[in-house]
Design a protein around this ligand. Structure first.
Ligand code: PLP
Length: 407
């Protein structure tokens, strides 16, 4: 993307004009959440001002319009992930809820004492704890794929972990700490050769790289709307219909039922079986708007620009004495975690903030990974397509100043 195009795109994001402590905001915390383009905010406003009525159960005009918008959003998500069938998309509150749904419902149907679940050392807590809870409930074991010094998963160990007790593999497509793009296609192929299904946590992938769940042959794929320029509180689970039909509902309530008597309840068909209660139909339409926005720019173009930012920033950072970049995989997304000498990441983050630069510090909800690296945490700069090389220049200059102050 050229400068003009990025400048034009930036006008869609009013928050990028904000001042922080009288400085221009430089927002490099996109891994935590992304900023929202005007069209997404307007979609929410339009929803509440003109389309608000509870969906699916109303005969009246507004309810029908709201239902159409929500179901059209489902189709948009299905198309975005290249899912085979729109009913394979379940709206959730986000990645965390989607993983909990699968861990609970899949666990209920298919897991027993002595079974095993495989995750990797670089998972976000939301792809560890739900499986740990399942393991505690059922008396199962959690197995962990290690990584090499660059932050790439060890697939030989993965193969050796797969055995007749393995019930499911759950793996991040892209690490939120290291930026590693995991070879999920290969992981899925290896797991499927042993008849083991795979859930892919796409929270950090969908905003940056094109995803095709059918080509990947993922059994489950999950993501959060707020990380892809959509609203908070909405996300999606893709599941192969065979799996979704084979596992029980996650929550009970309205909408997920076919018939209810005090003696027995029968459940609704997909996708409604997994959507108990009033869904976030305003959020779903705003999420669809965000996906359209991203598609209009083009994910290939986004990936190319963000890769340029990654390379540019990495080179600049390496000019700093004592710079240690955590995560140097060959396949990497636009996330840079780093430490400088013995300076605590929190101190770096605090002082950068005073200069208007938003980065994240700490364990990034991946405590086991940080512990395995024997570090106190990292500073993480994560880029979006609206970030620029000029912002990186300002960031690196500021960082040099901060490092001098703290050394
Ligand atoms: N998985 C990964 C890789 C993440 O980076 C995150 C959030 O940072 C999550 C899961 C959890 O996402 P959410 O909090 O939106 O449910």
């Amino acid at each position: 993307m050229d400068k003009l195009e990025i400048q034009h795109i930036r006008t869609d994001f009013p928050i990028l004009e904000e001042k922080v402590y009288n400085k221009d905001l430089i927002y490099f915390d996109n891994g935590a959440t992304t900023q929202k383009p005007r069209c997404v905010v307007e979609k929410i406003e339009e929803g509440y001002y003109h389309l608000n009525a509870n969906i699916h159960r109303g005969v009246h005009y507004l309810s029908q319009k709201a239902t159409e918008a929500h179901e059209a959003a489902r189709t948009t998500v299905a198309d975005f992930l290249h899912a085979g069938k729109r009913e394979e998309i379940i709206f959730t509150r986000g990645t965390t809820e989607a993983i909990n749904l699968v861990a609970t419902s899949f666990g209920e149907a298919f897991c027993h004492e002595g079974d095993e679940v495989i995750v990797s050392v670089m998972e976000h807590h939301s792809n560890i704890v739900p499986w740990q809870m399942l393991c505690e409930r059922k008396g199962m074991k959690l197995r962990v794929i290690p990584m090499n010094e660059w932050g790439e998963l060890d697939l030989d160990v993965f193969k050796s972990l797969l055995n007749e007790h393995t019930k499911i593999v759950s793996i991040a497509h892209v690490s939120n700490v290291l930026g590693t793009i995991n070879p999920v296609s290969e992981i899925i192929r290896i797991a499927h050769a042993k008849n083991v299904p795979v859930l892919v946590d796409g929270a950090q992938a969908v905003p940056h790289i094109p995803v095709n769940v059918v080509e990947l042959d993922a059994d489950f794929y999950v993501f959060s709307g707020h990380k892809i320029y959509g609203p908070t509180g909405i996300g999606a689970l893709y599941g192969k219909s065979d799996w979704l039909n084979a596992i029980p509902p996650y929550q009970g309530g309205g909408e997920m039922i076919a018939t209810v008597t005090f003696e027995k309840t029968t459940y609704n068909e997909l996708p409604f079986k997994f959507e108990a209660g009033t869904p976030d139909y305003i959020g779903s339409t705003a999420l669809a708007e965000a996906l359209r926005y991203v598609q209009n720019i083009g994910l290939d173009k986004i990936a190319a620009h963000e890769h340029e930012l990654l390379i540019y920033c990495t080179e600049k950072l390496l000019e700093i004495d004592g710079m240690r970049i955590i995560g140097t995989a060959k396949e990497k997304s636009s996330v840079i975690s780093f430490l400088v000498g013995n300076i605590h990441p929190y101190d770096l983050g605090m002082l950068l903030d005073k200069l208007g630069i938003a980065v994240r510090t700490g364990h990034h909800c991946a405590q086991p990974l940080i512990d395995s690296l024997e570090i106190p945490g990292t500073v993480r700069a994560s880029f979006a397509f609206y970030n620029t090389k000029e912002e990186i220049d300002t960031f690196v200059t500021a960082l040099k100043r901060v490092v001098t102050m703290l050394s």
